[in-house]
Design a protein around this ligand. Structure first.
Ligand code: SF4
Length: 343
């Protein structure tokens, strides 16, 4: 009998999240005033260049910041309940309610243990079940992620599997406890193109079958276009634009989103129109004043407000996207008028 899957409602919400990491050279703030929503049964893509705070945002939410890291302010709300980041709240959710597939996951498997032992450990860490029951659940989960003959392969060591199969094992570890949210951090890095597509199809299928909210952290706008419904664009630890996939990819307003889009090859266009984004993203140790994109922004020119004031994330139209740019009004896309359409 088909399982009824609830496909609406916010499962995980980050409200004005700000994280700090105390280092020997002073504090740095990798996540700054980030507000995001993950909806049940839907896919949110978080995009931006390396160092934009994409991974750090979710490591903050899960209490996995590196040594010296704390959530300094803001709220993490899971299924309507605000987590207390000073207790074990986040640890209890990790793995059980929110699964995460880490970047460079292939290196995350322990070569000394079978994949069944490693998935079983995840299950027994949260649920008081016997080794036998955990193994049975591991076999079932391996089947769910498309590992052929899971009852045999559960006893394989990681080196006995291909890169694509090992990534499926990492996904199995992420969904072993059937979480409500699965965060996949660059899930296809280091895989060849064919396997990348298979892994993305698998994640998309699991999202539907398990009714999960899927968060894809990626810099690949092709993946975003194909799989995401909502998109958050991040730059130097802040969300600079947020909306539906159509709003972000087809009618973006923020100069950074546009630059990101124009620097990405598209299957429907030749590479002649590609434009690299000038300059480099800033280090979180020395963020520029005002809008941190201003040193690379063609719109900023000599407009003082860009150099002095951080632009707030705001909505220009009732159903439009949220954009953090002082000059968003003059950057609104011009509507396309087609003959014979309209009054
Ligand atoms: Fe560019 Fe200014 Fe807008 Fe920032 S606020 S994106 S610097 S125009």
């Amino acid at each position: 009998m088909p399982v009824h899957v609830e496909t609406s409602g916010v499962v995980l919400e980050l409200r004005n999240l700000r994280s700090r990491i105390d280092t020997q050279r002073g504090p740095v703030f990798p996540v700054n005033d980030v507000t995001l929503e993950c909806h049940r049964g839907r896919t949110l893509a978080v995009v931006g260049e390396s160092g934009s705070g994409k991974s750090m945002t979710f490591l903050s939410a899960l209490g996995l910041l590196p040594a010296g890291g704390v959530v300094e302010s803001g709220e993490i709300v899971f299924e309507g309940r605000t987590l207390d980041t000073t207790t074990t709240d986040q640890r209890r959710l990790r793995g059980k309610s929110i699964g995460m597939i880490f970047q460079d996951a292939l290196a995350g498997l322990n070569p000394a243990f079978t994949i069944g032992q490693q998935i079983g450990d995840v299950i027994r860490h949260h649920d008081k079940v016997s080794r036998k029951a955990a193994r049975a659940q591991a076999v079932e989960t391996l089947g769910l992620v498309g590992i052929p003959e899971p009852a045999q392969r559960v006893d394989y060591y990681p080196h006995q599997l291909s890169g694509g199969m090992r990534q499926r094992v990492m996904i199995a570890m992420g969904i072993a406890l059937r979480p409500q949210v699965l965060v996949a951090d660059e899930p296809t890095t280091a895989l060849d193109v064919t396997v990348q597509a298979q892994i993305m199809e698998l994640l998309d299928r699991l999202r539907t079958e398990l009714g999960m909210s899927l968060v894809i952290i990626t810099h690949d706008l092709g993946v975003v276009a194909r799989y995401a419904e909502e998109v958050a664009v991040m730059y130097s630890g802040r969300v600079v634009e947020r909306g539906t996939v159509e709003q972000i990819l087809q009618s973006s307003i923020h100069p950074y989103t546009r630059a990101l889009r124009d620097s990405t090859p598209r299957p429907d266009a030749d590479d002649a129109g590609l434009r690299a984004i000038p300059g480099q993203p800033p280090s979180i140790r020395s963020l520029p004043n005002g809008c941190s994109f201003h040193p690379r922004c063609a719109v900023a020119r000599d407009r003082a407000v860009c150099f002095e004031t951080v632009p707030p994330l705001r909505r220009l139209a009732p159903d439009g996207q949220l954009t953090a740019c002082h000059h968003a009004e003059e950057l609104l896309p011009v509507p396309v008028v087609r003959e014979g359409v309209g009054a």
